[in-house]
Design a binder for this molecule. Structure first.
Ligand SMILES: Cc1ncc(COP(=O)(O)O)c(C=O)c1O
Length: 442
């Protein structure tokens, strides 16, 4: 008999660690023995199994809080991985989206799109950039950034300059080109051949930088703070060296601000902290406040080479996404908003340092800027995070054994205090559980 299990049953079964079976034609990772012993039913979920999901579903969001289907409330310091910049259910953003949806959601880039023009004007007015290209995600924005760099070198008489220098520990997304740019074999396994044209050098190392530039280098791409690999800020010396090296060699400097951009660190863009100007940046995540939107911001020198027909995407810059992005950006640019992010971020940093002091053996370091913080864990982060969730705080794991804390930018100091209480509660639960385990052993 063939039967299907629903996507929801699949997640529940996985979180309960029901026994798995390998049946003919079914992979071990996607197959389950049906709880009814009479019939062995082996099925893949209707949702592909590429995400490891917690058995938690949220029905309602309000500000920095999410309510799960069982009614339990969670303080959301993950913000959909640094996306929900204005929190959940922000009245202005909800109204913008509802109003725009009722007027017109989508028209093609075959026509003028006033909502995209407005958002582009606002981004240009408030950044180094002269021109903006809209798209739908971070990886797609990075692809656009790479294409723009290559095209500009080509048009400027350097067709040999095609290679992009990236850095160890980077994360630039999951498209075929971006898993090459990321360079981490874990993201590439089984997806080869990898896309050619990306080199890697040690992050934050000015000694090895110059040797990594070749006559074929077209540009450099770097995250001002490496997010996925454990909240690692670039040093000021390194960032300034990148600018200098690009100027010396006539190559372009691109920042991947997909996670750090749109106020996350307390400046509109994280590179502003370093006192240098890029040639191009990518943004996504926070700009839509939860609505999918990405963008590439560039100087005229680069942007002018994207002539009609050279690049495009059906949904990029549609009225609904750009209306949402404009409301988010107007809020972030409202007087006092970024100062609020800086002040709460600083206070949160102090509170997290106190959490470290009070949780020896569980947390031992705090990293980051503004409202992009990481707590380094002593035990595996995968063991700590479920206890943090159980305490009612949503966070995101990151590389280097780090627990990532990237709350909505509207978070208050009181919310941060509440989050820290929950972190301490989780640390105590971890210590208690391990004490019990040791007692049972001895
Ligand atoms: C720095 C950085 N670049 C690119 C991406 C990819 O963005 P997306 O998942 O929207 O494609 C991410 C996502 O986490 C990111 O953090």
């Amino acid at each position: 008999m063939t039967d299907r299990i629903s996507a929801a049953q699949y997640v529940s079964a996985e979180s309960l660690a029901l026994p798995r079976a390998t049946g003919a034609g079914f992979s071990d990772s996607a197959a389950f023995i049906h709880p009814d012993p009479g019939s062995t039913i082996i099925m893949i979920s209707s949702l592909m199994p590429n995400y490891k999901r917690a058995d938690l579903a949220f029905e309602q969001g309000e500000g920095v809080w999410l309510t799960a289907s069982d009614g339990r409330r969670y303080l959301d310091f993950g913000a959909g991985i640094a996306v929900s910049s204005l929190g959940h259910g922000h009245p202005k953003l909800v109204k913008t989206i509802a109003d725009q949806a009722a007027k017109v959601m989508h028209v093609s880039n075959l026509y003028r799109i006033p909502q995209a023009e407005k958002l582009a004007d606002l981004l240009v007015k408030n950044s180094f950039a002269d021109s903006v290209l809209f798209c739908n995600s971070g990886a797609e924005a990075n692809e656009g950034m790479v294409k723009m760099i290559r095209r500009a070198q080509f048009e400027n008489g350097h067709p040999e300059r095609t290679r992009i220098l990236c850095f160890d520990g980077a994360f630039h997304g999951r498209t075929l080109a971006m898993i090459s740019a990321t360079g981490n074999p874990a993201y590439q396994k089984g997806f080869g051949p990898v896309v050619e044209g990306f080199d890697h050098a040690p992050f934050n190392n000015t000694n090895t930088l110059r040797a990594a530039i070749t006559p074929e280098t077209a540009g450099i791409i770097v995250e001002p703070i490496q997010g996925e690999s454990g909240i690692k800020p670039a040093s000021e010396v390194f960032m300034k060296a990148l600018r200098a090296v690009c100027d010396e060699h006539g190559i372009y400097l691109g920042f991947d601000e997909v996670q750090t951009g749109v106020g996350r660190t307390g400046k509109l863009f994280a590179h502003e902290w370093y006192g240098i100007k890029p040639d191009v940046i990518s943004i996504a995540k926070g700009i839509g406040g939860g609505f999918p939107l990405g963008a590439v911001l560039a100087t005229e020198e680069l942007a002018k080479h994207l002539t009609p027909g050279s690049h495009g995407t059906t949904f990029g810059g549609n009225p609904l996404a750009c209306a949402a992005g404009t409301t988010v950006l107007e809020e972030v640019l409202r007087p006092g908003f970024l100062e609020h992010v800086c002040a709460v971020g600083e206070a949160f940093d102090g509170m997290l340092r106190d959490v470290v002091k009070r949780s020896p053996g569980v947390f031992d370091d705090v990293r980051g800027m503004g409202l992009m913080r990481g707590l380094h864990c002593v035990p595996p982060v995968g063991e700590v995070m479920p206890l943090v969730t159980a305490a009612g705080l949503l966070t995101v794991g990151a590389g280097d054994n780090v627990l990532r804390l990237v709350p909505p930018l509207i978070v208050t100091e009181e919310d941060c205090q509440e989050a820290c209480k929950k972190l301490i509660e989780a640390a105590e639960a971890y210590v208690a559980a391990h004490k019990k385990e040791q007692e049972n052993v001895s």
